[in-house]
Design a protein around this ligand. Structure first.
Ligand code: TZP
Ligand code: MG
Length: 205
């Protein structure tokens, strides 16, 4: 499936609690977000299915796809547009088989070894990171910096977003490194005005 990776929002349950999950996402989409990933490490599957359905309804007509983090069953059950998994979140081919060809499937990649081992035919995009150290993800891999990001992008068989500690001021370097765009949690979800925060990214994308 074709996907616009210009500005990729990843939700966080605590950071989105201030305005509410749906309200934060809708505001961010008004500001220019082009993809939304629902990420919640602690919710039950049923809670996440409910959140995904509410987000799908809110995003209807926007052209912005909804991607579920980690949980294949939630992605399938909720009618989301796709799934994003990490290196330890299960088999890419099995996820593709369960989701079908029309769904979006993304994979997090931190190293060249991981890049060599993946099957690009089963995937739509990759997420490279963290670019910088971040407190939003527990136990993240060693930060890549922009040089490490550029080196992964140069070897990548698929379009990619960059993630980890990114702010609007970094968009130019993200693009210069060859990534399609930034993937952002705290700089948008944790901002008092998520629409303005997304717009600040969008205007430099
Ligand atoms: N994967 C690598 S870093 C990260 C994830 C999910 C969190 C990025 O969050 P933030 O707040 O944009 O640094
Ligand atoms: Mg994961």
């Amino acid at each position: 499936m074709r996907i616009n990776l210009s500005l990729y929002l990843v939700t966080d349950p605590e950071l989105c609690a201030h305005h509410g999950l749906v309200e934060t996402v809708v505001a961010a989409v008004r500001g220019g977000v082009t993809v939304v990933q629902l990420r919640d490490k602690h919710a039950s599957d049923d809670e996440m299915i409910d959140q995904a359905r509410r987000l799908k309804t809110a995003l209807a007509g926007s052209g912005v796809p909804l991607i579920v983090n980690d949980r294949l069953a939630v992605a399938v059950e909720s009618g989301a547009d796709g799934l994003h998994i990490g290196q330890d979140d299960g088999d890419v081919a099995a996820a593709r088989a369960a989701l079908g060809e029309g769904a979006i499937l993304g994979l997090s990649v931190q190293t060249h070894e991981q890049l060599k081992q993946l099957d690009p035919a089963s995937l739509d995009y990759l997420g490279f990171g963290p670019v910088f150290a971040t407190s939003t993800k527990q136990d993240h891999a060693r930060p890549l910096g922009f040089a490490g990001l550029a080196s992964l992008v140069a070897a990548s068989p698929l379009p990619a977003v960059a993630i980890g500690g990114l702010k609007a001021e970094h968009v130019e370097q993200v693009r210069a490194a060859g990534a399609k765009g930034p993937a952002v949690v705290s700089a948008i979800c944790g901002h008092p005005d998520p629409e303005a925060a997304a717009r600040a990214f969008f205007e430099t994308c």
